[in-house]
Design a protein. Structure first.
Length: 98
């Protein structure tokens, strides 16, 4: 028969809402408004995207204008693997008609 040794033992369980998250978990995919427009971004801004180096940033600028993000692949600016990593961080905004 089990014997109760102490009635002051306490256990705590944190719910998912209060559990601290690591830095990687708190990073969110940029919303469409937070994405970098590859038609207007500077080389410095493009290089700030993880996976884009100086040469690729220059090629992106030289290949402008773009109508779609995937033109970075079809114009052979960056490889598919790199595009897959950055596609959620970039956008192509259409020039306003006026």
């Amino acid at each position: 028969m089990p014997v109760l040794l102490s009635d002051s033992l306490q256990f705590g369980v944190q719910s998912a809402e209060t559990t601290p998250k690591s830095a990687a978990e708190t990073k969110k995919t940029p919303s469409k408004t937070d994405r970098l427009d590859i038609n207007t971004a500077s080389a410095k801004d493009l290089k700030a995207i993880r996976g884009i180096n100086e040469t690729q940033a220059k090629k992106i600028i030289e290949g402008r204008p773009y109508k779609r993000r995937n033109e970075l692949i079809s114009k052979k600016i960056i490889p598919q693997e790199t595009f897959d990593k950055i596609k959620e961080q970039i956008t192509v905004k259409q020039a306003s008609k006026g």
